[in-house]
Design a protein around this ligand. Sequence first.
Ligand code: SAM
Length: 309
Amino acid sequence: GVSPGMWQAPQVPRYVRVNTLKTSVEEVIDYFKRQGYAYLGKATSMKDLCSLSEKQFLLDLHLPDLLIFHPQLDFHKNYLYMAGHIVLQDKASCLPAFLLNPSLGSHVIDACAAPGNKTSHLAAILKNKGQIFAFDLDIMRLTTMSTMLVRAGATCYELANQDFLTVDPYDPKYREVKYILLDPSCTGSGMVNRLPGPEGPPSLERLQALAGFQRKVLTRALRFPGVQRLVYSTCSVHREENEDVVRDVLQEYGAAFRLVNVLPSWPQRGLATFLGSECCLRASPEETLTNGFFIAVLERKPEGDDTAS
Ligand code: SAM
């Protein structure tokens, strides 16, 4: 049973990602303790999260740089946020960069990057050592992103106001790109604060148009000759934008790439719509106390490995 004071999905906790380019998890924990919050240590289960009071916080179970606070709190005016020491980012949206896990010094593409929360997370994982090529079509969003990346202390990136579908995978500039993060436009149907949505569920036409774009952009990304690992993510709950996109693209590229079974302990997996879909992750307010989200991690098969994925 749920005891009084416990809050319930679809409310999700306030997640605070520590920007390790500017500070450390220890320093941020100390800061919040000095502000009067009690630190309860690392979470062990979802139940720990649901019983947090407004004056307590936890370290996340899966992500080493993520702190968890009560849903009612808002840190947009907090000094640490203004100074770029923390990023206010839902847990699900922290998973793509964490699971891509680029090695120090490597070259990474962020194909649909603005407003750049995942780019700044990638820069933190790279410790600013390496190169991120970040693309976005929308100049306004790129402008916001540029300000945010400066505030976050990221330096290892290059922004381009370019349609990723027009980027030449064989351009020598991208020869060393081993990692790609692909977080394309989607219906956004998983966003908690957009539920149920004033415009109602997306029309079939809109879903099909987005899914068509998502297949195209994923196909394009897999053409980069050096890419070894790719994370595909959406904040959609629709299988048309998620499992179906991955299934269709693997049908074409399954000889060269396979799905990686990431975070085996993660409770919510891809819908069982094709063989291997359980390698994908889903997230939701009910099951993972996050926004609705989908993630697939693809890796290039070793040469000479012809096994179907
Ligand atoms: N990854 C971002 C983050 O974590 O802050 C959010 C990305 S948002 C889901 C998708 C982005 O893709 C939008 O900013 C949109 O402008 C951009 N976009 C849409 N079509 C694109 C294209 N063909 N090439 C590059 N960017 C595109």
